[in-house]
Design a protein around this ligand. Structure first.
Ligand SMILES: C[S@@+](CC[C@H](N)C(=O)[O-])C[C@H]1O[C@@H](n2cnc3c(N)ncnc32)[C@H](O)[C@@H]1O
Length: 204
């Protein structure tokens, strides 16, 4: 029997690992990045490694169990000093970040859905995700990337995934979609990975 496409399935783990491999091509030591859905902290740890000791990661989540898990994962990896971890809603990203973050971020990533092993009723929503995605466009620097893993298997996920699909289909200039990886089968849709780049302008 095929596994259901939930946030902590082997299939979604593989897709988040694929996402992290792509991030490494765009993030450099010294970059600033945002993990807009900290969850278990796996993505935050990956980002903290990529930005190095001179970079910084801002990681947020709406629930304390996620912040605790992320804090523990960072502490175990010895990366706490590279990360500002806070309780927050990604639909209010600009107010949650220092002013200098605007136009400076090398990446904002969203891994949607619910906390694996946590309360499945606390999930990202179409409205908050769309707000966070729109705000990210201005926060990211030229050459930086926006990454989203969208799920389609839990209540509300299909509508949210539809909003994300439409968002990446109609990106404004100077944004360009780099990647779309869809997993699953017609009768059991799996998560989808999207990656878009803010194209650097012509050299002055
Ligand atoms: C699939 S998990 C994230 C997985 C995580 N990136 C990791 O590496 O384990 C989704 C997370 O989004 C969080 N979340 C839901 N709505 C949110 C919001 N509006 N702002 C920030 N985080 C939110 C949930 O609490 C949950 O922990």
């Amino acid at each position: 029997m095929r596994k259901p496409s939930v946030g902590n399935s082997p299939r979604s783990s593989r897709l988040t690992e694929t996402a992290q491999q792509h991030w490494g091509k765009f993030l450099a030591p010294g970059d600033w990045a945002v993990d807009a859905t900290a969850g278990t902290g796996r993505d935050t740890v990956a980002l903290a490694r990529m930005v190095g000791p001179t970079g910084h990661v801002f990681a947020l989540d709406v629930q304390d169990p996620a912040l605790q898990q992320t804090g523990q994962a960072l502490a175990a990896a010895g990366l706490l000093s590279r990360v500002t971890l806070f309780r927050g809603d990604h639909s209010h990203l600009p107010e949650s970040l220092p002013c200098e973050a605007r136009g400076r971020l090398g990446m904002v990533c969203f891994n949607l859905g619910y906390l694996p092993g946590g309360d499945h009723s606390i999930t990202t929503t179409a409205a908050s995700t769309l707000a966070g995605l729109r705000q990210s466009l201005d926060l990211i620097r030229p050459g930086g990337v926006l990454s989203v893993v969208a799920y389609r298997g839990h209540p509300g996920a299909e509508a949210e995934a539809g909003i994300v699909e439409a968002f990446f289909t109609r990106l404004p200039n100077p944004w360009r979609q780099l990647l779309r990886i869809e997993t699953g089968m017609a009768d059991r849709p799996g998560p989808v990975l999207y990656l878009a780049e803010k194209m650097p302008g012509p050299a002055a």
